[in-house]
Write a protein that binds this ligand. Structure first.
Ligand code: ADP
Ligand code: MG
Length: 469
């Protein structure tokens, strides 16, 4: 009983430190809107980088013809081809192929990686075009979704700032990834033009906008998090070039690095942040700061819960006399595990028991202990979802769409495994956004799951940017 009481104290402390009352969320949203404006004002003026994507024409739905897309961002890459039939028909056909990247290529040389990609792409093109001749004398157009930090100076170029996730190919850093890809395609004898370089957030925006002109933002809650939205070109003081004829510019926010003193950060998050700077960890654990991302994305939620469980076990022996080797292992408890535990509806929390046993070697747990575990998952996931909603409210605020009834609807397209699969996260995010914008404005604000933006979005942007329209 003493153990339970002490464990309850750990959970009560956590609950208090993770509280996100509406007043706090309003402050976070206001801070996000403020940082957005600062980031647009001057390069380096905000932790939120607000990068120009150079995408000034989003797909309208009227595009026609065959276009290719390439999606590189994780351990797989995908190639795809779409046939667009214009306003009535939209996507007539879509074929895609997923290819696993051999691990040795992820840390080899730039020419090996892009050579492999170009070779797979060439095979795909040859297979697809056997059935339909899609060219009609036009050059093939490709959109490239590359979800790593790049510095762009035009829509179809960008130098790699650094690798993240499992990639580390030194000689590619500082190089133009489009030029590398283009060069590799030429070597393959593949006649194709890279029309656009984008990331998954911009792809999600484009993919959803193609069907619905009310879409104003594309957001990812997956392994990491990021957001993009459509800004008026004349609201970007730091832009020195010629203003686009469309008057619009898609901004790649890179909002994972957002910071506000109002963010409810606990000792567990702080420890995670400090330790993530240790050398020897996987590259993606080294993203300095990125505190907003750590509080709201799939890579970290399981890890935060693990840290709370460890403290609860060491301080209160809530799991009895167990071996802590696994519970002490960083990133062993993953977000899909906490999602499964959080959604456990069995009366004796059988799934919680199973996950603790299989993943952390914690056996023979009491029902009381399991209930506390579920509550910890709830606290961590709910904080994530509410802060995520505050970020979205910040975008709406920046656009002046956050209060009162709007004549025009505002649709936010969201993709990513966390949003897609973690039901309680998604539901909490949606209801919190409603709370934040208020009943009237909520009628015109819609959150929508946009599937596969990073694949098809690239092809659609290639179509809208296409020089052969
Ligand atoms: P990426 O962001 O790497 O492109 P995804 O969008 O598919 O990939 O997101 C994958 C992430 O989604 C995983 O790292 C994990 O954190 C989260 N995720 C996947 N499945 C689930 C699940 N069932 N429950 C909760 N989170 C999940
Ligand atoms: Mg993805």
């Amino acid at each position: 009983a003493a153990a339970v009481a002490m464990a309850e104290q750990v959970v009560a402390d956590l609950r208090e430190k993770c509280e996100t009352p509406v007043s706090l969320l309003h402050d976070v949203a206001a801070a996000m809107a403020h940082e957005m404006a600062a980031g647009l004002e001057k390069e380096g003026a905000s932790k939120v980088k607000m990068l120009l994507s150079y995408v000034d024409k989003l797909p309208t739905g009227g595009e026609e013809g065959f276009f290719y897309g390439l999606d590189l961002g994780g351990t797989n890459f995908r190639v795809l081809r779409v046939q667009l039939g214009g306003n009535e028909k939209h996507v007539i056909n879509r074929e895609s192929r997923e290819v696993t990247i051999p691990p040795n290529l992820m840390s080899g040389s730039s020419s090996e990686l892009f050579g492999f990609i170009a070779a797979e792409l060439a095979k795909f093109v040859a297979d697809e075009e056997k059935c339909t001749n899609s060219l009609n004398g036009k050059k093939r157009e490709l959109g490239f979704t590359f979800s790593f930090p790049v510095k762009q100076r035009s829509v179809a170029s960008g130098t790699l700032v650094k690798w993240t996730k499992a990639f580390s190919i030194d000689d590619a850093v500082g190089e133009d990834v489009v030029a590398e890809l283009q060069k590799a395609m030429e070597k393959q004898g593949l006649d194709m033009h890279v029309a656009a370089l984008i990331n998954d957030a911009v792809g999600t925006l484009a993919g959803a906008r193609y069907y619905d002109k009310d879409v104003v933002a594309g957001v990812i809650f997956g392994t990491g998090t990021n957001a993009s939205y459509v800004e008026k070109a004349d609201a970007i003081p730091k832009w020195e070039g010629e203003l686009p004829s469309s008057g619009d510019m898609v901004i790649n926010m890179e909002w994972g690095n957002f910071y506000s003193s109002r963010l409810p950060v606990t000792e567990y998050d702080q420890d995670l942040d400090n330790e993530s700077l240790n050398p020897g960890e996987q590259a993606s654990f080294c993203v300095k700061d990125n505190i907003y991302e750590k509080l709201t994305s799939g890579m970290y939620l399981g890890e935060i819960v693990r840290r709370v469980l460890l403290k609860m076990s060491l301080q209160a022996s809530i799991f009895g006399d167990i071996d802590h080797t696994k519970l002490k292992t960083h990133f062993l408890l993953r977000t899909p595990h906490i999602s499964a535990m959080h959604h456990d509806e069995t009366p004796d929390l059988k799934i919680v028991a199973e996950k603790l046993e299989n993943n952390l070697a914690i056996t023979g747990t009491s029902l009381e202990a399991r209930k506390l575990v579920v509550e910890i998952c709830d606290i961590v996931a709910r904080r994530a979802a509410r802060l995520a909603a505050a970020g979205l409210a910040g975008i709406l605020k920046k656009l002046g769409r956050d209060c009162n009834a709007q004549k025009q609807g505002s649709v936010i397209a969201i993709d990513g495994g966390l949003f897609e699969h973690y039901t309680k996260f998604r539901e909490c995010l949606e209801s919190t956004l409603g709370e934040l914008v208020g009943e009237e404005a909520a009628k015109s604000v819609v959150v929508k799951h946009a599937d596969d933006g990073s694949g098809i979005g690239a092809a659609l942007i290639a179509a809208s940017q296409s020089q052969y329209k």
